[in-house]
Design a protein around this ligand. Structure first.
Ligand SMILES: *Cc1c(COP(=O)(O)O)cnc(C)c1O
Length: 291
């Protein structure tokens, strides 16, 4: 399965390379595959349970549910109270994860922080606790494999100057890419919050490398909200040959195109996966009359 392939994408009169990590697996795809790689490699006898926490439509949650299912591990997932209509009629990632045997544990809003911190104090040797969104030191192993694949590929292709692009939620992927590839520029944009939030998230992993470039769009976008520009660029990219996700990739491409003049050289976009979530996002776009 590894290394993932690289294809060329001609888009708006320029050529970009795309690292096709979304093709590694449909649900356990993209950077979730990389971040969970150390656990994918672990023998099933090593653990009996994975524990994590966060939102109920998270791609990380679904990826962990797959992993646990394949390995025969239990999966406890802590979240804030779930709306009754969602519980009665689960949708999307939440529905899939429940189908894979995820044990969903609801915690009151005001208790959430306390209970989550408590989890870290009580993991035993047969359990793994993964921080929200896979923002965990365990991710470094898989990201370093990705970094090695890129370096080898670049050598083979004899590309002189290569910059790496990938969108950020928690920033874990971009953070470790920058750390593992100190001679490359790693270009990212915050999709979940502002740049400040992204830096705080990254600092929880360690010192941020100087080769990490956080760029942004002029316009502010809110996470998981449908935008006409998002759909347009998604559609245009798809027509050029590669389908990206609708949550993270559109903002990364918009920010990149707004800032492209700052960088000279060739570009490799690391596809971060998430295409399996497009079905429900496209329904929302349709519902809003945006497509
Ligand atoms: C999770 C996710 C991201 C964000 O990755 P981080 O390592 O948390 O920054 C980006 N794109 C997609 C499609 C994702 O599912």
């Amino acid at each position: 399965m590894l290394p993932s392939s690289v294809t060329k994408l001609s888009f708006r009169g320029r050529d970009f390379y795309i690292k096709r990590d979304e093709l590694l697996h449909y649900e356990l795809s993209g950077n979730k595959f990389r971040k969970l790689y150390a656990l994918i490699q672990a023998p099933s006898s090593q653990y009996s349970k994975i524990i994590s926490y966060g939102g109920t439509q998270s791609n990380a949650m679904l990826a962990i549910a797959y992993l646990a299912n394949i390995k025969g591990w239990k999966f406890d997932y802590y979240s804030k109270p779930i709306a009754l209509h969602v519980k009665n009629n689960p949708q999307g990632n939440y529905k899939k994860a429940l189908g894979l045997g995820m044990n969903s544990i609801e915690v009151a809003h005001n208790e959430f922080e306390k209970i989550v911190s408590g989890l870290f104090l009580h993991v035993n040797a047969h359990e793994v606790l993964i921080a929200q969104g896979g923002a965990d030191k365990i991710a470094q192993k898989g990201i370093s494999v990705l970094a090695d694949e890129i370096c080898l590929w670049q050598e083979e292709k004899k590309i002189e100057k290569l910059h790496i692009i990938t969108p950020s939620g928690t920033g874990t992927t971009a953070y470790y890419l920058a750390k593992c590839m100190p001679t490359y520029k790693i270009i990212t944009t915050p999709v979940v919050g502002e740049s400040e939030y992204l830096r705080t998230e990254m600092k929880a992993l360690g010192e941020i490398s100087e080769n990490l470039h956080v760029i942004n769009t002029e316009k502010k976008y809110r996470f998981a909200k449908p935008y006409k520009e998002y759909y347009q660029i998604y559609q245009e990219l798809k027509e050029s040959g590669v389908e990206f996700d609708l949550l993270y990739a559109p903002k990364m491409w918009l920010a990149f195109l707004e800032n492209i003049e700052q960088f000279d050289g060739d570009f490799l976009y690391v596809h971060s996966g998430g295409v399996s979530g497009n079905e429900t996002m496209l329904q929302r776009y349709k519902f809003k009359g945006m497509r």
